[in-house]
Design a protein. Structure first.
Length: 109
């Protein structure tokens, strides 16, 4: 008969691997064809020119170039679609007290 307790197994202790989501290539960095720019779930970031979305919502480059994204609303030109989207979002945010996030658009130029 044993004199020590069983070095038993724990019911807990299991954990899944991290998904490693987020921005992989920042604005201003060079991207080649097929390189992943952003790994995401859902459409947290939107598509711009020369990028495509994979089946898991990953954004990747469709041509060689520099990744660009507006850094702040001040960097938008007033004629751009991003400016229009941002101003609509700002108005909506002022009218509603709900938490909404502005979605940045990434593209390769």
């Amino acid at each position: 008969m044993s004199n020590s307790k069983q070095g038993g197994s724990s019911r807990l202790g299991r954990d899944s691997a991290a998904q490693r989501l987020g921005i992989k290539i920042n604005a201003g960095q060079i991207a080649k064809i097929g390189m992943i720019i952003i790994r995401q779930r859902g459409t947290k970031y939107l598509l711009g020119k020369n990028v495509k979305k994979g089946s898991d919502d990953t954004i990747y480059a469709m041509k060689d170039g520099v990744v660009k994204s507006p850094q702040s609303p001040k960097s938008f030109s007033t004629a751009s679609k991003d400016w229009q989207r941002w101003s609509r979002w700002k108005l909506q945010k002022q009218n509603n007290s709900k938490k909404t996030a502005f979605k940045w658009r990434f593209f390769v130029a």
